[in-house]
Design a protein around this ligand. Structure first.
Ligand SMILES: [Cu+2]
Length: 265
């Protein structure tokens, strides 16, 4: 009996150990390119490890049962019927409850750290008319709010494209260009149906709703070109509703901006 529980403890701790090892060494996510990304990845890692423990544990249990409880030669009955096992029932209620509670509280903490619980209607979060109500979004706090030049961008979404308006330069672009390491504030509005603005490499996603502007603040940390994907089924060509975000060094961004800028005649 004692021998058996030693085996069990050894197997359970191996499963947990292997799951942690895989969780920390196997990366299934795309490149992380914003200051939100490492925060989000922390949560993903924890959920991945919990999933691995359950998956490996269940699979081993199924394989073990296949052999252990295999029908023996000449056996025609199912064996003795099992009726209730209070301690087992308590364990399988308490463990999942604790896991769900932990995941819930931890997700809330991650959402808060990403700026999800911040007040959205601060004057500096709003582009243009400060009386306008912003309905939803992520309002991230960063120290780098000085030098917020040309980084307030308006996104219009429509079936089936994104357009990026740079009010300070009075021009509209089909590509989103932003400077690296600077907080970007985008205000988004839809011309028709509900769309969603998703950049997997930044780990951010926000709905774009007709008649209700939403805001999204983020800080890119890596120079590069990343996809912007509509993540809300918005019609027959929803799958083709994509654009690109180009994160550039400050000087490259300024060159691009100045080339496109319209000067008043
Ligand atoms: Cu769409």
């Amino acid at each position: 009996m004692l021998n058996k529980s030693y085996y069990l403890i050894f197997i359970i701790s191996s499963i947990i150990g292997i799951s942690f090892w895989i969780g920390f060494n196997v990366n299934l996510l795309p490149e992380s390119a914003s200051i939100n990304a490492p925060i989000y990845d922390e949560l993903f890692k924890i959920l991945f490890i919990i999933g691995l423990i359950l998956f490996i544990g269940m699979s081993l249990l199924v394989v073990y049962s296949l052999f252990k409880f295999r029908r023996k030669n000449g056996q025609i009955e199912d064996g003795i019927a099992l009726e209730g096992n209070l301690s087992l029932e308590i364990i399988w209620t308490i463990i999942p409850s604790l896991i769900v509670l932990f995941v819930g509280l931890y997700s809330y903490n991650i959402y808060d750290r990403m700026g999800g619980m911040n007040e959205l209607n601060h004057h500096h979060e709003i582009i243009g008319d400060s009386k306008e109500k912003i309905w939803a979004g992520i309002s991230q706090n960063t120290e780098d709010e000085i030098g917020l030049i040309n980084s307030k961008i308006e996104v219009s979404a429509m079936q089936f494209a994104f357009l990026f308006n740079y009010p300070e330069g009075k021009f509209i672009s089909g590509e989103l260009h932003v400077p690296v390491d600077q907080k970007i504030s985008i205000k988004m509005e839809s011309k028709d149906v509900i769309h969603a603005f998703w950049i997997p490499e930044f780990r951010i996603k926000q709905d774009i709703i007709p008649g209700q502007p939403t805001v999204l603040n983020f800080t890119p940390t890596k120079v590069g070109k990343y996809p912007i994907i509509c993540a809300e089924l918005c019609g027959p060509y929803h799958g083709g509703m994509r654009a690109s975000i180009i994160v550039e060094n400050r000087s490259d961004y300024e060159d691009w901006f100045n080339q496109n800028k319209k000067t008043d005649l």
